[in-house]
Design a protein around this ligand. Structure first.
Ligand SMILES: [Mg+2]
Length: 206
């Protein structure tokens, strides 16, 4: 027996890294009072969401796996993050995190299906939320963020100055990987690329 499921249109998403992408990076952040939004981050998120992108936080939180903070504390941190974003008129549609604590070694290699650079958090959100990965983006400050996006079939934008695209283990497809100063610049890039296909459409002038 088969049940006909109503078809739903898949939506584009922007997957966002947390530390040094939306908030100031505090190593193993444990106190919600220490959260500081990066300048312009909330405004950029508002721009993307109004443009129709679903916003999904995808953050590696090995501090939980290492026993440095509890999952409940991580929840409190994310509650505070959402409160600060709401204060500035922004919001996340979902928060996904990996608590996997990697052993020492090559952090650009996949060590766990969810921990970036693996695409698990992105793929899970896409499945559950009806997201179109092909038209979605990953934005983050580390090469592992860039790789997670590519591994999920998204395009990726490296933000900030913590890393450079030259650190990618293999040459990047120039059409799929970009760099931007910050989340605001990344948002502009995303909107520019979304408008590009329409601009390139065949003219209807006879
Ligand atoms: Mg980061």
């Amino acid at each position: 027996m088969s049940v006909e499921r109503p078809s739903r249109e898949l939506r584009p998403a922007v997957f966002l890294d947390r530390d040094d992408t939306i908030i100031v990076d505090v190593p193993y952040l444990a106190d919600p009072a220490e959260i500081r939004l990066l300048p312009g981050a909330a405004a950029a998120m508002g721009v993307l969401r109004r443009a129709g992108f679903v916003l999904v936080l995808a953050t590696n939180q090995s501090a939980v796996g290492r026993g440095i903070i509890t999952e409940a504390r991580l929840g409190a941190i994310h509650d505070e993050l959402e409160r600060l974003l709401a204060e500035q008129g922004a919001a996340l549609d979902a928060i996904r995190y990996s608590t996997h604590a990697p052993p020492r070694g090559d952090r650009l290699s996949v060590e766990d299906p969810d921990r970036k650079p693996a695409p698990g958090m992105l793929l899970g959100a896409a499945r559950e939320m009806g997201l179109d990965l092909e038209s979605s983006w990953m934005v983050g400050d580390k090469i592992t963020d860039v790789l997670a996006g590519l591994n999920a079939g998204c395009r990726s934008i490296l933000v900030g100055s913590n890393a450079t695209l030259a650190e990618l283990p293999t040459a990047a497809d120039p059409g799929r990987v970009f760099a931007a100063a910050d989340l605001a610049a990344a948002a502009s890039l995303i909107l520019l690329h979304r408008e590009a296909p329409a601009a390139a459409a065949p003219s209807e002038v006879p």
